[in-house]
Design a protein around this ligand. Sequence first.
Ligand code: ATP
Ligand code: MG
Length: 589
Amino acid sequence: MKPAPATAAELYKRLLGYATPHWRLFFLAVLAMALFAATDTGFAALMKPMLDGNFIERDPATIRYVPIVLILLFLFRGVTGFASRYIMSWIGRRVIQQIRQAVFQQMLRLPVAYYDQNPSGRMLSRITFDIEQVAEATTNAVTVLIRDSLTVMFLLAYMFWISGWLTLLFLLIGPVMILLLRKVSKRFRQLSQRIQESMGELTQFSEEVIHGQRLVKASNGERWQEAQFAEVNERNRKLHMKLAVAVGASTPVVQFIAACVLALVVYLATLESVTHEISVGSFVSFIAAMLLLLQPVKRLTNINALIQRGVAAARSIFDLLDEPGEDDRGDVQLERADGAIEFRDVSFAYDNSHTRALESVSFSIQPGQTVALVGRSGSGKSTLANLLLRFYEPDQGGIYLDGRLIDEYRLTDLRRQIAMVGQEVTLFNDTLQHNIAYAHPGQPGDNEVREAAEAAHAMEFIQQLPTGLLTRIGDRGVLLSGGQRQRIAIARAILRDAPVLVLDEATSALDSDSERLVQDALDRLTRGRTSLIIAHRLSTVVRADRILVMDQGRLVDSGTHAQLLARGGIYTDLYQLQFREPSDGEHED
Ligand code: ATP
Ligand code: MG
């Protein structure tokens, strides 16, 4: 129980750390708030001359100045209110912009393993929902906290001035309210935390359906998805209702207690012995001040929920920001590698898996060589590629590029040496031009992009598009066929012009025409580069300088196509199952 509030204070402190550069503005806002708060007391105080002077004594001077003061008072109130809100929003939005940018940067820096273990919906809701909650806490909550506390202080001081003992009586309520708040705040905190988790769930679920909508449609998954979503949705509603009860109940209870006190004060103040001490004007002023206290006190009790929400959101954001990024401790610079690759006794298991995905894998590739990697599904082929790109760190053994451990290079330098064409082609919702140029280290010219697209046999279909390379390809490239997407990815790799090529061939069956085009594009791509090709095509396998055969994370065999076939074993099985081309295949091999 004890560390929780301390942590909340720490979180708030850290949050305020973002605001400290703007402290001058903040003081200006506080000044505006103080002046704004004073207008409430001013209004209450104005009751006294209004009643005593205007109505009872009918003093001509007072009759003239009271209305003017009233107008000026509210004009002043409007200006200071606007100024304080505007400045606080300005600071708040700055802070939010900064935190949002930091969260986004952190998303870019987080290792692949983090993404394996954290649902993307939760991460998305952090950058959208959680940060807005923090915005509320930094602007609205702080405004209310400062402005209303000052209002309460001023009003109380004024009330004391009118009648000390009546005010003391009124203050008896204080401890009762604080006690009540303590109880409520804990509940708020727990509920806010759970609501945030629930929002993450909602986002996650919707996102999956949006991304997987074709699968959902094709497998008639609508009803299942709907039912699942209804459950998540219902959970979210229930949590919000619980919060509504907590928020809704706290206000009337506080107000009711206040009303009881008001009744008591009215009763006591009108007792014979008191009336002669206080004029009618003073008494009305006192009551006005008391009534004016209600709103700020009410807001101050509600503010707790807001702050707790902000703290819960800040916690989840700071947790994310505190996650260690990718390990980039290497400092060796590398302009362009020769491309000698060696795996030395590499073993690796994914964090959430009991079995090793790779077990003592050793092999080496000479610069410029093309090595094909074959093996059953799940044998660890993509894992090898993941390790080479340092998406994950091996548990044992080392991976060497040009005779140096890849950890020793700067991460950007290492990755610049490698062009990766993955199993799934990732395309951004942008023009084809931009998608092809994406992996290029610099700013490629239009001609370079065009040449790369031509070499990848992508220009053939790009030309037929109405706006050519400037065509936008829709969300994640849905407007392209599988083979077209692959050729875009190949064009991208050609343009990247890295000394090492890692290719995770898509298993998607291409028709023989695009197969031939893709193959031809690949030939051009591998020329002069060290190529590690996870092969699903016989043509690739046969052309490779060497073939590595993997099974259950182990390297079980290696050699040329002919050698391996002659030896029998897994490769022969694979060949018969996977690589045997239909008899009308267009391959010259
Ligand atoms: P395929 O030919 O189907 O692409 P593959 O040989 O590329 O298969 P890998 O993707 O390397 O296989 O997977 C090797 C093993 O590691 C599999 O058992 C798989 O379940 C597991 N695996 C892969 N990625 C992860 C991950 N991110 N987290 C946990 N386990 C994983
Ligand atoms: Mg794979």
